[in-house]
Write a protein that binds this ligand. Structure first.
Ligand code: PLP
Length: 393
């Protein structure tokens, strides 16, 4: 018996593959430094864990409404009002099993066969696969490293066809950490309005910004853009809650209603206990969120300094998320590797440092390093990378 066509072209997540290889080496007793992780290394704040425990004691262990408990929806609505000055109704919010499933469900309800979604590269690995699973076509648009990997209005315009339904904006970005300015979002937004494109605004790294610039959602910039945008967010990165699986989408009523119907037949609802945890995350103190942000900021400053000191490694300093995305083409070539993928594999084999090759993100000259690990580990990893390059040159 053959498997369905739709899974045959599915590529496994490159991030998870490298993490698995690093774990394997660790289990064999090697001193591996994993910089592949896409999750904060802090524990979930205690008041969130306490709230989840309490919810179990109080019997909140049953099915919930498919789109999430009203109290959590209300907390998300208050957050959007507080942080972005945006106003949403309960019927414009769906709570999902992580932001990943919000995106998955959105593409399922949005796309017909061969509908196109513009995905600026480098991109988060799941976007193209999720679009393909919905029978759509991801249209990968290359961006320039010199322009901090940002999509420009010109490039966006050139990529639009009669089949284009949506464009993905991810700011701050995984894997580059870059952030669009308000003016840049405004210019992209104008093209989207002109061509009636839905904007999928993935704002999952919104709380992890290391400059004084505030996070701007494209939905804030005009009434038209508010109508035309589906905001995707969640507590995974902001509150170190990756395993809890709580995300959400906000947008047009018809879209959210369709997503909720779809969820009622797929997940039924996000885990009840996790929803109470997420409620505490949004209603409780922000102190630990800020502490985590400060720790990440410190690591970014140090790691960036160490990396750009290595010959043949070039890296713009990112403004957000917890990744660096240096161009290592020169270093890799000078070590005799035709492709950066080979460089990454040899680095893991010889120096036991796990990075993620940029090829999985649509940018084969780069590598992604996550700084969701201790400063000591980051310093040691930088030394090993330098030693590896010097040894091979
Ligand atoms: N969007 C981006 C850009 C991400 O990097 C991730 C997680 O790595 C997600 C969405 C999914 O987050 P969640 O854990 O809430 O599913």
């Amino acid at each position: 018996m053959d498997l369905a066509q739709r899974v045959k072209s599915l590529t496994p997540s490159s991030t998870l593959a490298i993490t698995a290889k690093a774990k394997e080496l660790k289990a064999e007793g090697h001193d591996v430094i994993g910089l592949g992780a896409g999750e904060p290394d802090f524990n979930t704040p205690a008041h969130i864990i306490e709230a989840a425990k309490r919810s179990m004691d109080e019997g909140q262990t049953k099915y919930t409404p498919a789109g999430g408990i009203p109290d959590l929806k209300q907390a998300i609505i208050r957050k959007m009002d507080r942080d972005q000055g945006l106003s949403y109704g309960q019927d414009q919010v769906i709570v999902t099993t992580g932001a990943k499933h919000a995106l998955f469900t959105l593409f399922q309800v949005l796309l017909n066969k061969d509908d196109e979604v513009i995905v600026p590269a480098p991109y988060w690995v799941s976007y193209p696969e999720q679009i393909k699973l919905a029978e759509g076509r991801p249209i990968i648009v290359e961006t320039e490293e010199e322009q901090q990997f940002k999509l420009t209005p010109e490039k966006l315009k050139q990529s639009i066809t009669e089949k284009t339904k949506a464009v993905i904006i991810n700011s701050p970005s995984n894997p580059t950490g870059m952030m669009y300015s308000k003016e840049e979002l405004q210019a992209l937004g104008e093209v989207c309005i002109e061509h009636d494109l839905l904007i999928v605004s993935d704002e999952i790294y919104e709380k992890l910004i290391y400059t004084s610039e505030p996070h701007v959602s494209i939905a804030q910039l005009s009434d038209d853009l508010y109508e035309q945008t589906v905001v995707i967010n969640g507590v995974s990165k902001s509150h170190s809650m990756t395993g809890w699986r709580i995300g959400y989408a906000l947008g047009r009523r018809d879209i959210i209603k369709a997503m909720t119907n779809m969820a009622s037949h797929s997940t039924s609802n996000p885990t009840s206990i996790a929803q109470y945890g997420a409620l505490a995350a949004y209603e409780g103190s922000n102190e630990q969120v800020e502490e985590m942000r400060n720790a990440f900021k410190d690591r970014l400053n140090q790691l960036h300094g160490w990396l750009v000191d290595i010959p043949g490694v070039y890296c713009e300093k990112p403004k957000g998320a917890f990744y660096l995305f240096p161009n290592v083409k020169e270093a890799s070539s000078s070590c005799g590797f035709d492709e950066v993928d080979g460089f990454v594999t040899a680095l893991l084999d010889e120096e036991k440092v796990a990075l993620v090759p940029g090829s999985g993100f649509g940018s084969p000259d780069n590598v992604r390093l996550s700084y969701a690990t201790s400063l000591d580990q980051l310093e040691e990893a930088s030394k090993r990378i330098k030693r590896f390059i010097e040894k091979h040159q």
